[in-house]
Design a protein around this ligand. Structure first.
Ligand code: HEM
Length: 481
């Protein structure tokens, strides 16, 4: 009898559990604000504490159909305002998926700020950590050292010896794992254009330290030996020590004022802001860590994806090859320049289409600084806002046949498009965007003019967490043409 009573109580409470988050967060938003009942964006916030994590994992991890996560919401709640309320990664959140709603968030930067979890791992003085004027100041210095024409020209020449020799060694081995090999060459190149480090033990150590450091960013903040956060802090210290030693060496160099700017560290040391101020040593070190963290995996993954797409689309590869072979024939030098690559129309379309479809930065996170009104709804203060930029690129409303790799879709100008947000938007738009595009183009030049390759597992399954990647890391058989 008692069991029956308890069972019926438990069953009676189930609907309450199902609606608990929705009721709780609506009530707290209403109490805190002047609204009688806060009208939250449509959606469902799932179970207490875990929210909608199971649904999210269901679509991303088990079904491997990440876009159907949003499609299921569209089916259930209608299209409405291009936003849904939910509860993910432990926070009450809003998912933003339409071009108009994305634009709104990117435009209202004082209401939606970037807040990195465990930001001390990336660096409290880094571009990603600072806001307002401090952000504008550091950003302009980083951009000039990394992403403006002079820097692009310098870096483009820097990276080619390692790209050429890596490709050669791949062909000698015939079968390689693209992801692993590209990761290696990407870090070697970053070591070179960040601080003129030659490949060797220092680079190998940096690889290990960064792997651990990034693993700590979303970990629980327990600074106790054995926990990921503690390990990440230790690895950050060791990575910073490597760059600090180099920085001190340069600071003590008597000729430093007359030395030309050779790499990112030189740029950050020497360039002046509008008021003639320069970055402190701590600012330089934090930003080097930040830029390496932001550029390492993104560059690796987009390069891996272009190898995959071109193997699957031989006609695209042929057009790309034709364009690059004619550039090669027109010059005597083996190295190409950034100016030449940026003029290569078809190659740059392949680059932009790769970055669209690779979706290596699938979601961009923000936090509301106040209650924000949008189309008659309230996004309460302190909620997480997830700009689901992946869905902008895979929604057939925005791109015809969105999952096919079709560089010709970029015959129309790309920059004006509100549906193309691969590099984010607003003042936090990727500060390495031109560098990422040019580096990919340079890699394509050497790959397409000298080599042919095939996928070992053309039907390899794709995994989507933490980043989209074929399960085999794109194994290929590669040989000289
Ligand atoms: C295909 C490659 C890349 C993609 C898809 C990509 C994507 C993005 C996105 C979406 C953001 C905005 C994040 C936000 O708003 O919260 C961002 C910011 C950033 N990216 Fe990239 N990125 C790429 C390559 C690079 C490279 C090569 C570097 C540098 C070497 C870099 C450095 C940064 C930095 C430092 C930021 C922070 C900018 C700021 O807060 O002002 N990224 N990136």
């Amino acid at each position: 009898m008692t069991v029956a009573i308890w069972l019926s109580v438990a069953l009676g409470l189930l609907p309450l559990l199902w609606w608990w988050n929705d009721i709780w967060y609506r009530l707290t938003a209403s109490f805190r604000s002047s609204y009688a009942v806060a009208k939250l964006p449509p959606g469902h916030m799932g179970l207490p504490i875990i929210g909608e994590m199971f649904t999210f994992l269901w679509y991303f991890k088990f079904l491997r159909r990440p876009d159907d996560y949003i499609n299921s919401k569209r089916n259930k709640h209608g299209d409405g305002i291009g936003m849904y309320r939910t509860h993910l990664f432990g926070y009450p959140s809003v998912i933003v998926y339409s071009p108009a709603a994305n634009k709104f968030v990117f435009r209202h930067e004082e209401s939606f700020i970037l807040e990195w979890p465990n930001v001390e791992l990336i660096g409290k003085n880094s571009l990603s950590a600072v806001h307002g004027k401090a952000h504008t100041r550091i950003r302009s210095l980083v951009s000039r050292s990394l992403n403006q024409p002079d820097a692009l020209r310098r870096i483009t020449i820097f990276v080619q010896p390692r790209i050429i020799s890596a490709l050669k060694s791949w062909a000698e081995r015939r079968t390689i794992n693209s992801y692993k090999e590209i990761k290696k060459v990407t870090l070697e190149n970053m070591g070179m254009y960040f601080a003129s480090f030659e490949p060797g033990p220092t680079i190998d150590k940096l690889d290990e330290y960064f792997h651990r450091l990034l693993a700590g960013v979303r970990s629980y903040r327990l600074n106790i030996p054995g926990f990921a956060y503690h390990h990440a802090l230790q690895c950050r210290k060791k990575a910073v020590a490597i760059f600090k030693k180099e920085l001190e060496k340069r600071n003590n160099d008597e000729d430093r004022s007359t030395r030309p700017i050779n790499d990112l560290m030189d740029g950050l040391m020497k360039l002046k802001d509008e008021e003639g101020g320069q970055l402190s040593d701590n600012e330089i070190l934090d930003n080097i860590v930040n830029i390496l963290a932001a550029g390492y995996e993104t560059t690796t993954l987009s390069t891996m994806w272009v190898i995959y797409f071109l193997a699957k689309y031989p006609k695209v590869l042929q057009k790309l090859r034709d364009e690059n072979v004619s550039l090669k024939k027109s010059k005597n030098e083996e190295f190409v320049t950034s100016d030449e690559m940026l003029k290569m129309k078809y190659t740059m379309k392949v680059v932009d289409e790769t970055i669209r479809l690779a979706n290596v930065a699938a979601i961009v996170f923000r936090t509301t600084t106040k209650d924000v009104q949008y189309e008659g709804y309230i996004i309460p203060k302190g909620w997480k806002v997830m700009l689901w930029i992946r869905y902008l690129h895979t929604n057939p409303d925005n791109f015809d046949d969105p999952l096919s790799f079709n560089p010709d879709r970029w015959d129309a100008p790309i920059s004006a498009s509100e549906t193309y947000r691969v590099f984010g938007g607003g003042s936090r738009t990727c500060v390495g965007n031109m560098l990422a595009r040019v580096q990919l183009a340079v890699f394509l030049h050497h790959l397409s003019t000298e080599y042919k390759w095939e996928l070992v597992n053309p039907d390899a399954k794709i995994k989507y967490l933490s980043h989209p990647k074929p399960e085999d890391g794109v194994e290929i058989v590669i040989q000289e043409l």
